[in-house]
Design a binder for this molecule. Structure first.
Ligand SMILES: NC(=O)c1ccc[n+]([C@@H]2O[C@H](COP(=O)([O-])OP(=O)(O)OC[C@H]3O[C@@H](n4cnc5c(N)ncnc54)[C@H](O)[C@@H]3O)[C@@H](O)[C@H]2O)c1
Length: 260
């Protein structure tokens, strides 16, 4: 159903994992994404994949902590497709430390990448969307923005902020035809999580055990709901915070009842 023919998008953190799957999916459905990442070579590889499949896209090195870089990326995405219909805020980092362990620089780096960049990319994209009568912003938050995740003090705080910033922007820009929604992934197999699982090999099965569906998601399983929220199929959805987590946030287990 999803059709992005001729539409433009800016995707941050699109060089790997969930952002890559979103960029590939957007292009697969006819859209023209500007694929950005702190690591420009990764972004170029994603664009090569899109072009090889017959799609259109361009790559740009963008560290989302750089305000001028964000402005340049917004302008470049408008130039690429002639319009900016969708902003996918995907870039995110985690430093799994509690408040006693995390230092101020680490705290600010998580906040800068995970929250301030969402504010900045939205701020500079909204005028272009408004000019064309509307658009969509999809923020990739986390289930850590719904429930606190142990040790991940800055990460949980940042993703909780993204959830409420999503709802705030949904209210403030509904009148401009701009819909703003968030996807909250649960554990997803990406280079980031594979990095954790290499350090702690039982981590993967531990995560799976915590999840009612007993497995992690593939990046495409997060990308598809994000693309839906960006599409005309979601024309009456704004301010939604969609957990895509195999049931992780659905409830809690009472061991007594399991034994009855
Ligand atoms: N993988 C999971 O289990 C999971 C779960 C919940 C939420 N998320 C969220 O999904 C998003 C993507 O995560 P992922 O697992 O695909 O990660 P990933 O590390 O595989 O990919 C993230 C990409 O963002 C880029 N990036 C990092 N810092 C950047 C910066 N300052 N500027 C621009 N690009 C930057 C990296 O180079 C990388 O290509 C993040 O916001 C993350 O918090 C992931």
């Amino acid at each position: 159903m999803t059709d992005f023919a001729g539409k433009g998008a800016l995707v941050t953190g699109a060089g790997s994992g969930i952002g890559k799957a979103i960029a590939l999916g957007f292009a697969h459905h006819g859209g023209i994404p500007l694929v950005t990442d702190r690591d420009e070579s990764l972004a170029r590889e994603v664009v090569a994949e899109i072009v090889a499949a017959g799609g259109r896209a361009d790559a740009m090195g963008l560290d989302v902590r750089d305000t001028d870089g964000i402005c340049a990326a917004v302008e470049a995405s408008v130039e690429l497709a002639g319009r900016l219909d969708v902003l996918f805020n995907v870039a995110g980092i985690n430093i799994p430390k509690n408040v006693e362990m995390i230092n101020e620089d680490e705290w600010h780096s998580v906040m800068d990448v995970n929250v301030t960049a969402v504010y900045l990319a939205s701020k500079y994209s909204i005028p272009h969307m408004r000019r064309r009568g509307g658009g969509a912003i999809v923020n990739i938050a986390s289930i850590a923005g719904i429930m606190a995740e142990n040790r991940c003090s800055a990460y949980s705080a940042s993703k909780g902020a993204v959830v409420l910033l999503t709802r705030n922007m949904a209210m403030d820009f509904a009148g401009d035809g701009i819909r703003v929604n968030a996807v909250c992934p649960g554990s997803t197999r990406t280079p980031r999580t594979e990095g954790y699982w290499q350090k702690s090999p039982i981590g993967k099965s531990e995560m799976a055990e915590m999840c009612p569906m007993k497995r992690s998601a593939e990046p495409e399983e997060i990308a598809r709901p994000a693309l839906f929220l960006a599409s005309a199929d979601a024309s009456y959805i704004t301010g939604a915070v969609l957990a895509v987590d195999g049931g992780m946030t659905a409830g809690f287990v009472v061991p007594t009842f399991e034994r009855m």
